[in-house]
Unconditional design. Structure first.
Length: 264
């Protein structure tokens, strides 16, 4: 088995999510979940055998295993990964997704989303659902993401850092340092690659994520504002009016025309 068919027309049901630690008492595990999808983001090296196909496991790789499929994990010692067990409604168009993929620069983004979903369970299951739906869309799009010759590595790294830290204070000098380039060089690269400034990109991603949470979760408006790094409600309200065309309450009430874009 090299690819699976995944429907993303409706949000998943998050049954279980957590950090798995294996390879301590034995170097092999076999799992088969009759009704649940398994998603793993790996932090170790080893092998996964699923549906007769053998796949190399490495840090930053992500796998999707469909319900009822036996999966054998071979470890080389203590092995840690993030995982989610999901019910995925079989509705709408299906996407053909590789069983195993290298998430590359998307790995920090997927990790951040998974950890936010983990933190939301069980107190805010709607938020966990929203975060996991975004994870599935990102994983489904990995195969078509830009390869070498596309975005500059420093720009891709900066984007990944921004996406994984939307709730935290973000400064261009710090993002540049983490991307391995100077402030001025990142500014030039970002403008050349995206036609935008780093600050404008941060603002766009924060409001895009806020829009998604307002429409798809039951989180309070205050919690959403904090989760996208704009804790001041007055500033958040102004930003929503400026970037999204209406107040947070109007967006939540779907009083504005809905966008057809899937979650990103």
């Amino acid at each position: 088995m090299d690819r699976v068919s995944l429907s993303l027309a409706e949000p998943p049901v998050v049954v279980n999510i957590g950090v798995g630690v294996h390879g301590v008492s034995g170097l092999r595990d076999v799992f088969r979940l009759p009704d649940l999808w398994q998603l793993h983001l790996y932090g170790y090296t080893g092998h996964l055998t699923v549906g007769g196909g053998r796949h190399a496991i490495a840090p930053g790789r992500v796998s999707l295993i469909p319900p009822g499929t036996e999966a054998t994990f071979d470890y080389r010692g203590r092995s840690e990964h993030l995982y989610a067990h999901l019910q995925v409604p079989d509705a709408g168009e299906c996407h053909r997704v590789p069983v195993m993929q290298d998430a590359g620069t998307e790995a920090p983004v997927v990790s951040g989303l998974l950890r936010r979903a983990l933190a939301a369970m069980p107190g805010a299951p709607a938020q966990a659902t929203a975060e996991m739906w975004t994870v599935l869309w990102r994983v489904a799009r990995l195969a078509g993401r830009e390869r070498p010759g596309g975005a500059h590595g420093a720009v891709a790294s900066a984007m990944a850092h921004i996406e994984a830290n939307l709730a935290a204070p973000l400064t261009v000098p710090e993002i540049a340092r983490r991307s391995g380039v100077s402030h001025s060089h990142l500014t030039r690269l970002f403008r050349a690659e995206t036609g935008s400034t780093v600050a404008a990109y941060i603002r766009h991603r924060r409001l895009d994520h806020a829009d998604h949470l307002l429409r798809e979760s039951t989180m309070s408006i205050q919690a959403i504002a904090c989760s996208v790094g704009i804790s001041d409600l007055q500033a958040f309200n102004k930003a929503c009016h400026r970037e999204l065309g209406g107040s947070p309450r109007a967006i939540r009430g779907r009083m504005l025309p809905g966008r057809s874009d899937p979650p990103r």
